[in-house]
Design a protein around this ligand. Structure first.
Ligand code: CMP
Length: 475
């Protein structure tokens, strides 16, 4: 084969030039020797170059026919690449027929049949030497005839359970690329004897991922939480909702399995890992826990409890939130005691536009992005960092969430509920005012942040103040 680095056009040019050159040499040879080829002492000897050149020309012709038949006609009619083995068999048969014809034409006095018969012993010797090769060859043909898998399918084959993507079937072997990017060649003859597990490329193939939770955790809640967490992960098919089910009530855990279907089965390692990651975050956020051997210890506390480092960090975080500036330390501590911390994975959605919402969030660690969907595409409106808050629009107006909020990094947020805010509003009227300002500004940001919009925000803030007060039943 010509160097694979050449383009299709380059190869065609090289091919055409070679054909013309061979034809020219043959023509010159035949013209120069002329009648010596038909009569004379060394006629047969002189004919050998003619045979060789004609055979070469025949070979080039067969190659051209091969390309025309398989690259154009076959691909157009069947819609996929013709297997290499089939192409090679075609070349071999067509070339043998042409060679015999050329031979008979040049050497009319030599009996080819007799030549083959007398070389029968030679044939047996060759046959024995090529036993394995021929075995592979015929197994390859039967694999092609069966078509149990195609290039691009994932297969598990052989006693060593070689797993990978099929790259081709040759005379000798099936070539697969493993997930460690190694190439494994499984001899056709041994593959024909083994069971082959095939995950076809254009098929919804499923995977199972396992995990275990504590017996105290609610199975219904676990099913809901895990299904929600994994259904929109990358490469999971949207056509079938993942199934989350208990596979066993084990000695120390409720043992679960998640069955999900993949768009691209060749990426199942990454997708399994992503599913496990999503499960970890979802369980943690929802107060569910992985099972491990546990022991209950009773601890007796003497004197008033001191805040832990985590609680202190939450108090510090809330104190640094700009709109909470009017609050006293005591009030901040009370809010801190009611907050619930949640951790989200990068890419996870914290708030979905249109949902109802009865709480707001302060970014404790990480970053989130506020997005609106326009013409089916997400447009980023703002990025909120540690100490920023979001979700206040839904909480204070009672209206549906105005935007999607998505974690950019692993993000921990502190959730503050309706009741905690109501207590603060009663004692801090300025807090209501600054929050209604923020809401008005953010609404203007959603409407694209023009001059007009910011003027509108001033007018809007007064109206908002009244509706927030009404919503929280304040005077
Ligand atoms: P809410 O409507 O409850 O849910 C989506 C949240 O995105 C919204 O509250 C705000 O907290 C936040 N948000 C909306 N628009 C903006 C904006 N322009 N700038 C920053 N945050 C915004």
């Amino acid at each position: 084969m010509v160097a694979s680095g050449l383009s299709r056009k380059g190869r065609a040019v090289v091919f055409m030039s070679a054909t013309i050159l061979v034809a020219l040499v043959l023509y010159v040879y035949v013209s120069v020797l002329g009648e010596h080829l038909t009569a004379g002492l060394h006629t047969n000897l002189l004919k050998i170059p003619v045979l060789a050149l004609s055979a070469l020309l025949a070979y080039l012709g067969v190659r051209a026919l091969n390309v025309a038949l398989f690259d154009f006609v076959f691909r157009l009619r069947r819609g996929y690449e013709a297997p290499t083995l089939v192409r090679n068999i075609f070349t071999l048969i067509a070339f043998t027929i042409l060679f015999v014809l050329i031979f008979k034409w040049q050497f009319t006095d030599i009996n080819l049949g007799a030549l083959f018969t007398t070389s029968a012993i030679f044939g047996v010797i060759i046959g024995l030497a090529l036993q394995d090769t021929l075995g592979n060859f015929f197994s390859g043909i039967s694999l092609h005839a069966d078509r149990p898998f195609q290039v691009g399918d994932v297969i598990v084959v052989g006693q060593q359970k070689h797993t990978g993507v099929v790259e081709g079937i040759t005379w000798r072997a099936i070539k697969i690329r493993t997930f460690s990017n190694h190439v494994v060649l499984v001899a056709n003859s041994s593959a024909a004897k083994e069971a082959i597990e095939v995950a076809p490329r254009n098929n919804l193939n499923a995977r199972l991922v396992f995990f275990g939770t504590l017996f105290t955790d609610s199975p219904a809640k676990t099913i809901h939480v895990v299904r929600e967490a994994v259904h929109d992960a990358d490469n999971i098919s949207r056509k079938i909702t993942p199934i989350v089910r208990i596979r066993n009530l084990g000695e120390s855990a409720i043992e679960w399995e998640i069955k999900y279907w993949l768009e691209d089965y060749a990426k199942y390692n990454d997708t399994d890992a992503l599913v496990r990651q999503r499960v970890w975050y979802a369980l943690r956020r929802n107060g569910l826990a992985f099972a491990y051997p546990t022991r209950t210890i009773q601890v007796e506390r003497k004197g008033p409890a001191k805040p832990t480092t985590a609680e202190e960090a939450i108090i510090d975080r809330l104190s640094a939130v700009e709109v909470f500036a009017p609050l006293s330390l005591d009030e901040i501590q009370k809010v801190a005691a009611t907050t619930v911390a949640h951790v989200f994975a990068p890419g996870e959605t914290l708030i979905r536009a249109g949902d109802a919402g009865a709480s707001m969030f302060v970014v404790h660690n990480g970053r989130v992005q506020v997005q609106v969907t326009e013409n089916g595409r997400a447009r980023a409106v703002a990025v909120l960092d540690e100490g920023d808050f979001f979700g206040e629009m839904g909480l204070f107006t009672g209206e549906p969430r105005t935007a999607n909020v998505v974690a950019l990094d692993e993000t921990e947020v502190l959730e503050i509920g309706h009741e905690a805010m109501r207590g603060l509003f009663e004692k801090n009227p300025s807090l209501v005012e600054s929050i209604s300002w923020t809401i008005a500004e953010r609404r203007a940001g959603l409407a694209a942040g023009s001059q007009q919009a910011s003027q509108a925000s001033l007018d809007e803030s007064a109206g908002l103040l009244t509706s927030i007060k009404r919503f929280f039943s304040l005077r």
